[in-house]
Design a protein around this ligand. Structure first.
Ligand SMILES: Nc1ncnc2c1ncn2[C@@H]1O[C@H](COP(=O)(O)OP(=O)(O)OP(=O)(O)O)[C@@H](O)[C@H]1O
Length: 273
């Protein structure tokens, strides 16, 4: 089906759809990597690819072969460099499809993998955050949703105790040897404290935010866990979900966002006591 003729080039409707889809894909990828160091790598790779197309069209065979090798090795390097962004991209696709949001399917997958559905009471966590915030004690709390937390829990001290406000406050007390790092909570239990989380390299985060907040964002990029950061400096509450940081939250806003996130389709309601 011919749409129009451009000199010697016949452009069909399918070609137009193809170009539009590729443009959309590149735009979405750019949106995902924008602001991170990876965006410069992405633009660099795109320029090399355009140069390759140009030299190929001009018939410069030697240069075409060199660039071809560079691009094929580069594709592998890109997967390694962009692993965080690829994960976010796949998460975005997964989230936007009804199949992934199907309560039935997710329950079935959880049953197949033998993993119990997560249930964590939020009330003790919220109460502890409120106290930490008013007392300007820093805190970093990871609440598991679906992804496995073992790898991160192993970086700290194993606790495996029922989640409670006094225990959380004891951990984050400045006199506690466990107050540094993050606490990991899963299915109503504190798995471990003093855990080391991955740090985000997102350069769009406000420069005033330090490593506690970067670690919260990094953990929410690497997993689907919800991460609460309580600032030691300002007492402010922040919540990181899927690589996005919500700052300056009131305790009510934190409760609302956290509850909604953990209650998303396929998951049982967290107990709010
Ligand atoms: N990768 C990490 N994993 C776990 N905890 C971390 C990590 N990086 C920093 N922290 C915790 O954050 C604490 C303070 O970091 P920093 O002062 O840079 O954070 P901040 O974002 O400015 O927060 P605050 O407002 O509390 O000062 C550290 O003492 C440590 O307990």
């Amino acid at each position: 089906m011919l749409a129009f003729r451009l000199g010697f080039l016949d452009v069909g409707w399918l070609d137009l759809i193809d170009i539009a889809l590729v443009a959309l894909l590149i735009y979405q990828i750019y949106n995902l990597v924008r602001g991170s160091v990876a965006s410069r790598v992405f633009i660099g790779y795109l320029l090399v690819y355009l140069a390759y197309l140009l030299v190929k069209a001009l018939g410069l065979n030697l240069l075409t072969t060199i660039l071809e090798y560079f691009i094929s090795v580069g594709a592998l390097a890109l997967i390694i460099i962009f692993q965080q962004e690829i994960r976010r991209f796949l998460l975005l696709i997964g989230k936007s499809t009804n199949v992934a949001n199907s309560r039935w399917l997710r329950r079935w997958l959880l049953r197949q993998s033998g993993m119990p559905e997560p249930t964590t009471p939020l009330r003790p966590i919220l109460d502890a955050c409120k106290t930490l915030s008013t007392e300007f004690s820093g805190g970093l709390l990871v609440i598991r949703k679906n992804d496995d937390m073992q790898k991160f829990a192993q970086s700290g001290e194993v606790i495996d105790a029922e989640v409670s406000k006094p225990l959380l406050l004891a951990i984050f007390s400045q006199y506690s040897p466990l107050h540094d790092g993050a606490v990991i909570i899963s299915d109503g239990r504190i798995l471990a404290a003093r855990c080391i989380l991955p740090v985000s390299d997102d350069d769009e985060l406000p420069p005033a935010l330090g490593f506690r907040h970067r670690a919260a964002v990094g953990m929410s990029e690497a997993t689907d866990a919800a991460v609460i950061a309580v600032s030691e400096e300002s007492g402010r509450l922040a919540l990181a979900l899927n690589g996005e940081l919500f700052t300056n939250l009131t305790i009510g806003e934190l409760e609302d966002r956290l509850g909604r996130y953990l209650r998303e389709p396929g998951l049982p309601k967290p107990e709010l006591q």
